[in-house]
Design a protein. Structure first.
Length: 288
């Protein structure tokens, strides 16, 4: 049981990271970035190239990849999303769907279509804890995720930029009246989201595989985690990711491994019917 729960925490932490990136953009611009999974995949290939072709140390490769991801998020917002500001929101979301095909095709032609093995940071043996065998790389995944969560919590709660981002996410017009540059805030959310997606990709690849379709399942489940926890809150996606990771692992272990993914998405449908705003989401009422 403990082994299954720990595995669920590991996968859940990855869902949480990716889901938080989705929600950061959604709360400030009402856009669901469907291309976030492909952005993560592309950035993971960048990290792989830095590690294998240039022989860079692991942390330096991760840092440079995060910088590359930040630039990618900035460029995508300025070139693709910002010109569509006056158009219906569905236009921007369709544009992100188009980015899926573009990034997937570009990555395949540059890095190849074959499956690759992403290097692990630790190649030593597993260690025992409470009778459970734990991979150091899996433990690193949880630790990195928690550190990022704490850093983001501090950023949102105690920094001026974080407070401005929260204000813009709650009421764009009021934020503008308070002198907040909403355009800069939206750009920042795309940069942060891209960085989060790159970290998620680099943490996922060592435990699975690296190819152009590596993020397809993870991206869908991160979206499900955001829906489960609540798309209109920053805490919801984090909790939703961990809950989804643990419950699907328990289902796969004790009921059916073949139906594990079906259960995960079925859980989301049930949640939408019972509680449309998610477990921790808030229901906003408009006065007329």
């Amino acid at each position: 049981m403990l082994q299954v729960i720990i595995s669920g925490l590991i996968t859940g932490s990855l869902y949480s990271l990716a889901a938080l990136g989705l929600v950061i953009i959604f709360k400030t611009s009402d856009i669901v970035n469907f291309s976030q999974g492909e952005m993560a995949m592309f950035n993971t290939f960048i990290a792989f190239t830095l590690l294998t072709s240039f022989g860079m140390p692991y942390f330096l490769a991760m840092l440079l990849t995060m910088i590359f991801a930040a630039v990618m998020g900035l460029v995508i917002h300025r070139v693709v999303i910002k010109p569509l500001q006056g158009a219906p929101l569905v236009s921007s979301m369709i544009a992100t769907l188009g980015l899926i095909m573009i990034l997937n095709g570009v990555a395949g032609n540059i890095f190849g279509f074959e499956t690759k093995q992403f290097p692990k940071m630790f190649n030593g043996k597993n260690f025992e804890f409470a009778g459970v065998s734990i991979d150091p790389n899996s433990l690193l995944t949880i630790v990195v995720t928690l550190v990022i969560m704490v850093a983001l919590f501090y950023f949102f709660k105690y920094t001026m930029t974080g407070l401005a981002l929260r204000a813009a996410s709650q009421n764009v017009e009021a934020a503008k009246l308070m002198g907040i540059s909403v355009n800069k805030i939206v750009t920042l959310t795309w940069v942060l989201s891209a960085i989060l997606s790159s970290v998620a990709g680099m943490l996922i690849a060592p435990t699975t595989f690296l190819d152009i379709n590596m993020m397809a399942d993870i991206h869908l489940k991160s979206f499900s985690a955001a829906v489960l926890g609540g798309f209109n809150t920053f805490f919801g996606p984090v909790a939703g990711g961990f809950i989804l990771g643990i419950t699907e692992n328990l289902f796969g272990k004790y009921i059916s491994l073949a139906w594990k993914t079906v259960f995960a998405f079925g859980l989301i449908i049930v949640m939408l019917v019972i509680r449309p705003n998610g477990l921790f989401g808030k229901a906003y009422r408009k006065k007329v």
